[in-house]
Design a protein around this ligand. Structure first.
Ligand code: CP
Length: 346
């Protein structure tokens, strides 16, 4: 075994010391120590990915990626990471090329859905060593029907590639990016998460995952949003239960300038609040929430999960300027997902 391979095995063993689970649904599952260990695997992968690509560490394994919604980064980074590890990635578009799927129990299936999750998830689990699922909510923004259906019926390890309330791989990548910005970690460092305008009342999956990532990493997190756009209180409470372990602090504010001042990163995201029906009217009445150069003056870096609406969420000058780290942030998706797959399949 080469020195690199042995380092990978040691780092993966450290993940398993802290996290024996094989479900990554909301991103809190590995806990602070498991997440830190996953990030160590990701760093080794990131620094050595060409050499790792020659090792075929997961040869003979298979990952089924089931996408009910579009993706550029998640699909590509999953497929590339799987390939670099020597495993096979099967890309499935839910309902387009697969049968329409039913998730409700006890229904008479005489509509468009031809296959029930009770068969689909166990069958896919016989072929694939990992199931990875993306499904945005179709109705209310808390609707986790699809990922919960897979969690209930899949025998294989399960990775959430974004649901209504969580985007855990984005959260892991964001934690890696914040660690890079903090010079190795970001414990005690100020991180700003700011609401930003968007024409649609988007789900809170990404901002909640940023909160979880910041708390798991021990940040001094400042969340700025207008009245009526507070993040889901149940999910915030669940994440905040880790503050005591990690030393993280969470401050909620209506003042985006105060939140941004002195932050190692200003992370912008649009999300829906407590009244989706009046979203557009309420957004139109708000003041300056688009992130611009002035807001970034006393902050170190700009982050966004992408895709981003230019000059709505953030100005061109910030996005094209020296403080924007959105591309390396997106690049961090591949190593963190590789780390999860190595931890489950090596
Ligand atoms: N950030 C993110 O998940 O990007 P995609 O929607 O393109 O996968």
């Amino acid at each position: 075994m080469s020195t690199l391979e042995s380092r990978i095995h040691t780092a993966v063993a450290r993940v398993r010391e802290h996290w024996r689970g094989t479900r990554l649904i909301d991103g809190l599952e590995p806990g602070p120590a498991g997440t830190a260990a996953l990030l160590d695997v990701a760093r080794i992968y990131r620094a050595n990915r060409l050499e790792i690509g020659r090792m075929r560490l997961l040869s003979g394994r298979a990952v089924a990626g089931l996408f009910f919604d579009p993706s550029l980064r998640t699909h590509t980074s999953m497929e590339v990471a799987t390939g670099r590890l020597g495993a096979h990635f099967v890309y499935l578009q839910g309902g387009q090329g697969t049968w329409g799927m039913e998730f409700e129990d006890g229904v008479v299936m005489n509509g468009t859905a031809a296959e029930h999750i009770r068969e689909a998830a166990p069958v896919l689990s016989t072929y694939a060593d990992v199931l990875a699922v993306r499904a945005f909510p179709k109705g209310p923004n808390r609707d986790e029907t699809v990922i919960r259906g897979f969690a209930a019926h899949a025998g294989a390890p399960l990775m959430n590639l974004e649901s209504a309330l969580a985007h855990p791989c984005q959260g892991l990548a964001d934690q890696l990016t914040l660690s890079d910005l903090g010079g190795g970690d970001f414990r005690g460092r100020k991180v700003c998460l700011t609401w930003a305008p968007h024409p649609k009342p988007l789900p809170q999956a990404v901002p909640l995952s940023v909160v979880r990532a910041a708390i798991l990493g021990g940040a001094d997190l400042h969340v700025a949003c207008p009245e009526g756009f507070d993040l889901d209180s149940n999910e915030m409470e669940r994440a905040a239960s880790f503050c005591r372990d990690t030393g993280a602090k969470v401050t909620m504010t209506r003042d985006p300038n105060a939140a941004a001042e002195g932050a190692i990163a200003v992370y912008a995201k649009g999300w829906g609040g407590d009244d989706h029906a009046t979203h557009s009217e309420r957004v139109a009445k708000l003041g300056q929430w688009t992130v611009d150069d002035r807001r970034m003056e006393k902050a170190n870096a700009f982050l966004h999960c992408l895709p981003v609406r230019r000059n709505v969420i953030v100005t061109d000058s910030v996005l094209d300027g020296p403080k924007s780290r959105v591309v390396p942030q997106a690049a961090n998706r591949e190593p963190v997902q590789a780390a999860v797959m190595l931890s489950w399949m090596l």
